[in-house]
Design a protein around this ligand. Sequence first.
Ligand code: PAF
Length: 275
Amino acid sequence: MKTCKTVAEFRAARAALPALGVVPTMGFLHEGHLSLVRRAKAECGAAAVTIFVNPTQFAPHEDFSRYPRALARDLELVEAAGADLVFAPDVSEMYPEGYDLRIEVGGVTSRLEGAVRPAHFSGVATVVAKLLNITQASRAYFGQKDAQQCVVIRKLARDLNLPCEIVVCPTVREADGLAMSSRNAYLSPEQRERATVLYRALSAAKARHEAGQTRAEALRAAIHDVLAETPEAGVDYVSVADPDTLEELDEVKDGALVSLAVRFGPTRLIDNFLL
Ligand code: PAF
């Protein structure tokens, strides 16, 4: 496995590979990321992982400086998962002096996460466009846990005619249902235990739907009821939305996206189910 810090180095190494799948990450990798690396390798023959904590997707009050970083450990993990190439640039390589471009994806970015984190998806779209361009990957792999990010990136690729297929893979969960996330590392042992409420709340909505409930408001209410059992959980939003437009639904349809964002102290967790 080769690790590159500059675009020139990466491009030179990438030139030897006919097809490449890429897994863009911000590092502090977990089994969710590694499942994407294994799938990229199996489907494309060669896999690249990008490891870059992207400052432009964090608001000034967010956790950019304390975002967990563990490059040496990440490199060992991705090598064991079969990665061929890693791109781990410094901020100055991605955003050199004079850099001045941002991509704005409209519509779907104003809702859910976008309503709470207004500049977030512009930062994500910009860095992902740059990473896909740098890596020249034929497929890029993302986790369903960040459902809105997947919608935004699909739209980015479609609207910019990027020659890269966006592949969305299932959320990987801990044994008790908590979706894997680098931010789980912020949770105290008590918060970690209570954080299973996200999965339980989503499961309650799913069970109501499977029992025949088709009113979206009833599913939102079922989620709020479960969340209310854990007073430490600060609810940012609960949503039952169209999976493509992210518009809130009145009547639940197949494939509806049920999602929520919950705060435990300063740590914000998100999760979702597709019905
Ligand atoms: O999901 C992430 O880790 C990041 O948002 C991404 C896609 C790597 C862009 O920085």
